[in-house]
Design a protein around this ligand. Sequence first.
Ligand code: DGL
Length: 251
Amino acid sequence: MDKNINRSVCFFDSGIGGLSLLYECVRRLPCVDFTYFADNYRVPYGALTKAELINIADEKFSEISKLEPVAAVLACNTLTAQCIDYLRLKYSFEIIGIQPAIKPAAALGGKCVVLATPSTAGSESLKSLVEKYGSENTEVIACPDLAYYIENNINELNSDGVKRLLPDLKADSVVLGCTHYVFAEEIIKDFYNCPVFDGIEGTAAHLCEKIGIFDHRCERIQKISFSGGDTVKNRLIFNKLLMQSGVNSQK
Ligand code: DGL
């Protein structure tokens, strides 16, 4: 690949949920430009029907396709579960989704609990994933208010506020089936007192593999742009992730 031509990857999530995945991909792919599309004022997507989600995805993808990206990432389990097949048929660029990391969690044995939005929890896609990788001890539970709570309280995430919205049960492993939940991962781990899986690293690795671009140096400065929804909030949260990791946040 020509080192002076930056390739571009677009991300799409309802709100802030996909920012941890964006961070992981930005870190791994310093020679790629990223545009993060969001729709914060319409969170939660997890309460919408498949037809409503496809309409929204269609709208966003007509903008995304104008950027001629090398790939688009559905940084949202709900959009992946309900729209990825439809979008892949319609667009010729690579489309990557995020799915709950059931395989490594179920492999630990015991009771595996998958927390997801109502839309993901009721999807055919999650049903087949559980059939393929889960065990008879894998249970999917919808958390109707959790993504909305995290989206709207991200600057002062309150442990009691999150715990109040978690199903009260015993688990040997927990899978985060919504990218918003990743921001509350430590609280969730503390609540269930067991390993928690988020699928961020696996999805980032999958993107690198699919587009065949890896962590090599680039002579140009990487560009990170934000589009749609509350761009100020999304940039701020993204910069916080960069700061927490010790990277300079001038982007
Ligand atoms: N972050 C999204 C997901 O991974 C959706 C959250 C929502 O808007 O309901 O499912």
